[in-house]
Design a binder for this molecule. Structure first.
Ligand SMILES: [Zn+2]
Length: 492
């Protein structure tokens, strides 16, 4: 029997602001959409937190036996500098500044994004669609919204008519914002806007002469509005109504509010049953910002090549650290907190590695069945990973007591505890086996040879080669750590 039949998952739904029993539209199947990155710069640690949480959601749903279609898009056009449909397209701007093609920008940062996710042991989504790959579908959706009377064209651009929509629906249903307040609070943008009302948002924008990324449409040579792609791609791959939609809480408004308005206008039905939003990430108790130097890239944590942390941390430790906080709480990222997590992480791993060495006893001094239920209950309670981890540490305590011959488990209990620990630690939380003992001596030999060659390169001041060796090893999940005693390495 599939595990989901005996585990009633509850999800905190941002739409209703309450925890609800999760009931998928089709029994046994889950459709999940998560807003992906805009690929105009390196993967951002705050976004990585969001995607890491949804990776754990995906992993747990799979663990429960659901067939999951997980769609996470790549925004490669249409995302302007600000959310009020003004400013340059972020990717076009980067391309102009770097004097390269927009698609080179897209490729560079899509590769970087995938590289980060691979290093941090993410499962790839089922489908990773791009905005530029769905221009035709986006134009079709705009036509439909115009036909239904909820959008208008002005000077080659098309805008969604929020006031018209709000007559029969509720614009603000997700974010709690009121249209009347939006009217008063939205700045009229120096009179240049073509919008009937300032709270309207763009479905299609006419490209001005310097705008490189443009496509023909019935209205103008232009490009789609940012919110549209998610409505189009979620509907295309998951249907008019689907189960879970996720993203960072900064996307609630306007992005997700606009998605609901667009999708509902076309289908006439509620597009998403469960909205999930992750809270923000701080770095040393402050907002992360490149301009202030309070900034770190996900891969810089692994290489130790940064000014924020005093040492490198493994990807598994960073995952563990993330999962020690509830996704709906603010997470404060700091070297001190990571060091504490590193200690906890190695205690957990040591215990997991000791499991096969345990000999079964005649009796059990620990209620494994009850403990296992606690672990599932924690995850069933809106994916409460910190509570799950606290239960995993109850097992760690028992394993350590067995080591000291102060506790025992029967063969059956030992096997159940081992299976459950492995399922939660590796399959659900996605932590990685970091002991080098399990890797063959050959890998160690090869890495040590590369360390030696890198040392020679550095002595010859061949920095390019030495960096290449280090970076390519990171890409393989092997981190070098330079210390007083020479260079050591760890394998994820
Ligand atoms: Zn989106």
């Amino acid at each position: 029997m599939e595990l989901y039949k005996e585990n009633q998952l509850k999800i905190y739904n941002s739409l209703t602001k309450s925890k609800e029993d999760f009931k998928p539209i089709t029994e046994g199947y889950v459709g999940m959409y998560v807003c992906g990155p805009t690929v105009y710069s390196n993967a951002h640690l705050g976004n990585v937190r969001t995607f890491m949480f949804f990776d754990v959601v995906y992993r747990y749903l799979l663990h429960l036996g659901y067939k999951v279609r997980y769609v996470r898009n790549i925004t490669d056009a249409g995302h302007l500098e600000n959310d009020a449909d003004e400013g340059e397209d972020r990717i076009s701007k980067k391309a102009r500044l770097e004097q390269i093609e927009p698609m080179e920008v897209v490729q560079m940062y899509t590769v970087d994004f995938h590289n980060v996710l691979k290093n941090y042991n993410f499962l790839p989504p089922s489908i990773e669609p791009t905005a530029t790959g769905h221009i035709v579908e986006q134009i079709e959706m705009i036509k439909e919204i115009i036909e239904k009377g909820f959008a208008y064209e002005v000077n080659g651009s098309v805008y969604f008519d929020v006031l018209e929509y709000n007559k029969s629906s509720n614009y603000g249903i997700l974010s709690g914002r009121k249209v009347e307040d939006l009217i008063h609070n939205t700045r009229a943008l120096d009179g240049q806007s073509d919008k009937k009302n300032p709270q309207d948002f763009a479905l299609w924008k006419k490209a001005d002469d310097r705008h490189i990324m443009r496509w023909p449409s019935p209205w103008s040579d232009g490009f789609p509005g940012w919110h549209l792609e998610c409505s189009v791609m979620s509907t295309k791959y998951l249907g008019e109504s689907f189960d879970i939609h996720g993203g960072g809480m900064d996307l609630k408004f306007p992005h997700h509010e606009c998605e609901i308005a667009q999708s509902q206008t076309c289908s006439g039905v509620k597009p998403v049953n469960y909205w999930m939003h992750t809270n923000m990430l701080l770095l040393n108790s402050q907002k992360m910002a490149k301009s202030t130097g309070n900034f770190i890239l996900p891969n810089e944590i692994l290489s130790g090549n940064n000014t924020i942390l005093s040492k490198a941390f493994s990807a598994s430790v960073v995952r563990f650290f993330n999962m020690q906080a509830n996704y709906r709480s603010i997470l404060d990222f700091s070297g001190e907190a990571l060091e504490a997590s590193e200690k906890g992480h190695s205690k957990l791993m040591e215990a997991v590695h000791f499991l096969p060495k345990i000999a079964a006893g005649k009796t059990s001094t620990f209620d494994v069945k009850n403990w296992k239920k606690d672990c599932y209950d924690a995850m069933n309670d809106d994916f409460n990973t910190p509570i799950l981890i606290s239960h995993l540490f109850e097992a760690v305590k028992v394993i350590n007591q067995i080591k000291e011959q102060k506790a025992s488990l029967t063969a059956e209990d030992l096997s159940e505890l081992t299976t459950t620990m492995h399922a939660f630690v590796f399959d659900v939380l996605g932590l990685m086996n970091e002991t080098t003992q399990d890797n063959s001596g050959k890998i160690t030999g090869v890495v040590e040879l590369l360390i030696k060659l890198r040392k020679e390169a550095r002595e010859n001041k061949d920095w390019a080669l030495s960096d290449q060796i280090r970076d390519e090893l990171i890409a393989l999940g092997i981190q070098l750590k330079d210390g007083k005693e020479g260079t050591t390495f760890s394998i994820n």
